[in-house]
Design a protein around this ligand. Structure first.
Ligand SMILES: NC(=O)c1ccc[n+]([C@@H]2O[C@H](COP(=O)([O-])OP(=O)(O)OC[C@H]3O[C@@H](n4cnc5c(N)ncnc54)[C@H](OP(=O)(O)O)[C@@H]3O)[C@@H](O)[C@H]2O)c1
Length: 263
């Protein structure tokens, strides 16, 4: 069981939702934090909320869809001598549009933010990772990364891709541990920033999202699973049943998923 006290944790998407809740709870456990996201004001708000005795909190605005921006983040880490023990790849955007109604640019944007951003960041951290005794990489995926789901084709694809990439990586290095967080529906603003077919924001909270698990409970379960070194943890309410139905009764999954409201 990992004790978070004194550990340094990098969190992407730390300015809101699950990333923010993880930051606040980790600060209470006396971890040092590097908070990353595009919006400096949101990061500063989380920093102020998390401040505690004997911990350091850095903020570094960075856009994960922009490799220059990730380069600047890594330069900042080198300058400040920040060597994370835990890297939480949490930033992401969702989707609310059917496959053929989504412009190709929407597919590309979802892959850039949700998948390539994390892949590029990890490759830029190569030296730190190879030199470290142990680094724990935590990848926030989704149950939509376990199966296809209506109105989420590119989102689901980006989350599936994370599983393939980071599971392979975990098998290659003895000093890298990977935990996949697999949330169902968590009450955050993720549906507001979800992309419609033309790339604009959906701009509202889904009823399903609003009825989801609280973000605090999600973060608490995630931190317990990370501390135990679990490879994968499903976090949510009754929607998690879909993962078991998909695995054991695939035909039933297809019948149910066609009928479930995707918003
Ligand atoms: N909520 C759920 O029901 C649910 C379910 C399954 C999986 N997840 C996953 O959980 C993760 C966190 O989502 P959330 O629910 O906490 O929603 P959220 O509050 O919208 O958090 C997403 C975070 O990602 C950051 N982000 C978006 N685009 C970015 C970019 N280009 N570069 C850097 N950061 C970027 C956002 O910060 P800025 O806008 O400041 O950049 C934001 O803080 C996502 O990967 C999501 O797919 C959530």
């Amino acid at each position: 069981m990992v004790n978070y006290e004194g550990k340094t944790v990098l969190i992407t998407g730390a300015g809101s939702g699950i990333g923010e809740a993880l930051a606040c709870q980790l600060a209470k456990k006396k971890a040092h934090l590097l908070l990353v996201g595009r919006d400096a004001e949101k990061l500063e708000r989380v920093r102020v909320k998390s401040v505690g005795e004997n911990i350091r909190i850095w903020i570094c605005p960075a856009d994960l869809s922009d490799t220059d921006s990730i380069d600047s983040l890594v330069s900042f880490m080198e300058t400040e001598c920040i060597r994370p023990d835990i890297v939480i790849l949490n930033a992401g955007i969702s989707q609310r549009a059917k496959t053929l109604d989504s412009d190709f640019e929407v597919d590309r944007r979802l892959m850039d933010v949700n998948y390539f951003g994390s892949v590029y960041l990890v490759k830029k951290l190569k030296k730190m990772l190879l030199d470290s005794e142990m680094t724990h990489i935590v990848v926030n995926t989704s149950i939509a990364g376990l199966f296809g789901f209506p109105m989420r084709s590119a989102y689901s694809a980006s989350k599936h891709a994370l599983f393939g990439f980071f599971e392979s990586m975990a098998l290659e290095y003895d000093n890298i541990r990977v935990t996949f967080l697999v949330p169902g529906r968590i009450r955050t603003g993720i549906s507001s920033s979800a992309l419609l077919g033309d790339g604009s924001a959906y701009g509202r909270m889904d009823p399903g999202q609003a009825a989801g698990l609280s973000v605090e409970e999600c973060a608490s379960r995630a931190l317990k699973a990370i501390a135990k070194g679990r490879r994968k943890v499903l976090i949510g309410k009754s929607e998690l049943l879909m993962a078991y139905i998909y695995k054991w009764f695939p035909s039933l999954y297809f019948r149910l998923s066609k009928r479930i409201s995707a918003v």
